[in-house]
Design a protein around this ligand. Structure first.
Ligand SMILES: [Zn+2]
Length: 130
C-alpha cells in the first residue's frame, strides 16, 4: 500500500522522493529518481501502462459524468447537453491526471517487477555495506 500511495501522490515508488516533475503536465517527468537513481522507463514501452491507466480512468469518469447527468436531468436530455458535460471531463481530466498516472504506473510496475540492485544508486542497494 505504501508503494501505491507514493505513486498516487506523485512520488518515487522506490524511495518516496518528491520533485519528479519540473512542472505539472506531460513530458516533464524526470527520467531518473533524483534520490535513489531508479530509472523510471525500466523497459521499452514502459509508459504505455501509464497511458492505459489514464485512458481507463478518464473513460470511467466520462461514463460516471454521463450517468449522473442522466439521473439528475432525466433520460430525455439532449445529446448536445450530454456532450457539454462529458467533453470537458474527457479533455481536461486526462491532462491533469497524466503525472499521477505516470507515478502510479511506476509504483504498480515496481510491485509486479521489484527493482534490482543494479537499477538503484549504490547508497540504496541491499548490499550497500561494501
Ligand atoms: Zn526514488
Amino acid at each position: 500500500m505504501k508503494v501505491l500511495w507514493r505513486g498516487l501522490t506523485m512520488a518515487c515508488g522506490g524511495c518516496g522522493a518528491r520533485g519528479l516533475f519540473e512542472q505539472w503536465g506531460m513530458f516533464s517527468m524526470a527520467q531518473d529518481c533524483p534520490k535513489c537513481g531508479l530509472h523510471f522507463e525500466r523497459m521499452e514501452g514502459h509508459s504505455l501502462g501509464a497511458v492505459a491507466i489514464n485512458t481507463v480512468t478518464s473513460a470511467g469518469l466520462v461514463l460516471i459524468g454521463v450517468a449522473l447527468s442522466l439521473v439528475v436531468l432525466g433520460t430525455d436530455v439532449s445529446t448536445a447537453t450530454l456532450l457539454l458535460i462529458a467533453a470537458p471531463i474527457g479533455v481536461v481530466f486526462p491532462i491533469l491526471f497524466d503525472p499521477i498516472s505516470r507515478t502510479l504506473w511506476n509504483a504498480i510496475e515496481l510491485l509486479m517487477r521489484p527493482v534490482t540492485d543494479e537499477e538503484l544508486d549504490p547508497r540504496f542497494r541491499a548490499d550497500s555495506s561494501e
